[in-house]
Write a protein that binds this ligand. Structure first.
Ligand SMILES: [Mn+2]
Length: 484
């Protein structure tokens, strides 16, 4: 386990004389007050019990991870491990959740960094964890009070696992915390089964999760509106990125993934995040962006917007084909269908459209499993699960996800696209450099689906009207979440 290391002085600060140490550690008011309990915390407890039931008799160890270094002594902003957060609601770094078999159920303990307050000098000498540098930690007692879970100091984790629990079989969620990996003896197979079980629990969203996704999507809609308003002055793709990301940072935790602000031929690069091109007046802007709410649930929406407010004839042809493919995919979103059915429906429409445009010689040939020629123009499938992660439930087994069936409560994207590279000689010149993706987020319901992002215009005329009506209008006020 990582033990406390005395912080090294930064190369640019003066030292700490003994008299300053004495002065700094005196005469601070005793902290008062209690922490508010987390709303909905019983749901997090229910998730822990549901996970425990899948592994009776096993110790389950789920870390959240540490801050990651960006450069030298600066870190990236911390974002909790998805599964740890799903089971606790805790945002702080360095914590580890341990589920211990206890009769028919599991007892949950969160090991966390203590908060020494100003009771020792680390509050001002520790640049990484000291509260004067980075703000206070919740600490052991307040973590227990806020989240309704037993809590212990993180430095006791090693003894607890190896002495108190001794020989009980353990499973570890790997890849998040090298310190925990040195403590927990477990086999890779067992650990993979734990990771898969967590992803599969998260496949079906409960009402609280769907509500959080709705909120993330509503904020995302406001961010797209911000961008549309700013189009007349959006000189480069970075302006678009910055405007969207401002909304994400004010109303949520962050963006759920790097904003793709792709204009003109950049739209043909699927994950274009350099965002450094100057936007032309007749360009399409492909904006693929999502606000990650404070709850960490993220939207994932794409719109392809004519900067001028009017599609050129060639742009409109391509756009309309993608829009029709999305309609076909929506129709296949219902419980009992294969997860891949919406994809197959969309690809059928795209392939036949590509044949009509003179790009594919035979749609039926292109659709054959041993050909898949349409992929030259539409490389990615149209759906992935969405939730706390943008590509959610990624460790679920193929038989429950990719080759599984749609069920009520699943939330997924529907995002067909067509991408005609500038240098693609199989494509008529008038279409080269056009890239279109339309992406919505749907929840599967008992009778079919609900499009959670339907408030963002996507029908071609509606998109043009959106640009014309919002152009240079005043932004909506911020919807600022209550402080933690
Ligand atoms: Mn997506």
């Amino acid at each position: 386990m990582k033990t406390y290391e005395p912080p090294k002085e930064a190369s640019h600060d003066s030292g700490t004389p003994a008299d300053l140490l004495t002065f700094m550690t005196q005469s601070w008011a005793v902290p008062t007050g209690s922490v508010p309990t987390l709303a909905g915390r019983e749901r997090f407890a229910a998730r822990r019990q549901a996970l425990g039931k899948l592994f009776p008799g096993d110790v389950l160890v789920i870390p959240t991870g540490h801050e990651k270094i960006r450069a030298n002594d600066t870190n990236y902003r911390f974002r909790p491990g998805t599964d740890f957060y799903y089971l606790t609601g805790i945002h702080e770094p360095d914590c580890v959740l341990v589920l211990v078999p206890d009769g028919d159920a599991h007892r949950a303990i969160v090991f966390t960094e203590p908060n020494p307050g100003k009771s020792n000098s680390t509050f001002f000498t520790d640049r990484v964890k000291g509260e004067l540098w980075v703000g206070p930690r919740l600490g052991v007692a307040a973590t227990a009070a806020r989240f309704g879970v037993e809590s212990q100091p993180i430095d006791d984790l090693s003894t607890f696992i190896n002495v108190t629990l001794g020989a009980l079989p353990a499973r570890l969620l790997r890849g998040l915390d090298d310190d925990a990996a040195t403590i927990v003896v477990s086999s890779l197979d067992n650990d993979n089964a734990l990771a898969a079980a967590l992803s599969e629990l998260r496949l079906i969203k409960d009402e609280l999760e769907v509500a959080e996704l709705r909120a993330a999507i509503a904020a995302t809609k406001r961010g797209f509106d911000d961008v549309v308003r700013a189009l007349p002055n959006a000189v480069t793709e970075r302006v678009v990125e910055g405007i969207f990301n401002l909304r994400a940072r004010v109303e949520g935790n962050d963006v759920g993934y790097s904003t793709i602000a792709a204009s003109g031929p950049d739209a043909c690069i699927l994950h274009w995040v350099r965002n450094d091109r100057r936007i032309g007046s007749d360009d399409l802007l492909l904006l693929d962006a999502g606000v990650e709410a404070v709850s960490l649930y993220t939207a994932d929406v794409t719109r392809t917007i004519p900067v001028s407010g009017t599609f050129t004839p060639a742009q409109r042809e391509v756009y309309t084909l993608v829009w029709e493919a999305q309609r076909a995919a929506f129709d296949a979103c219902k419980p009992g269908n294969d997860f891949l059915d919406p994809n197959a429906a969309a690809m059928r429409v795209l392939a036949h459209g590509l044949e009509r445009l003179g790009i594919l010689s035979s749609a039926e040939e292109a659709l054959r499993d041993d050909k898949l020629f349409y992929k030259r123009y539409s490389l990615h499938n149209v759906s992935h699960m969405l939730g706390l992660d943008v590509h959610d439930c990624a460790k679920a087994r193929a038989e429950t996800y990719k080759f599984g069936r749609l069920e009520a409560g699943m939330v997924l994207t529907v995002e067909p696209g067509l991408y005609f590279q500038l240098d693609d000689l199989t494509v008529p010149e008038r279409y080269r450099g056009i890239g279109v993706r339309i992406e919505d987020d749907v929840v599967i319901t008992a009778g079919g689906y609900e499009n959670l992002s339907a408030a963002l215009p996507s029908e071609p005329d509606a998109v043009e009207e959106w640009v014309r009506s919002l152009c240079a209008t005043i932004p909506e006020p911020w919807v600022v979440p209550a402080p933690e």
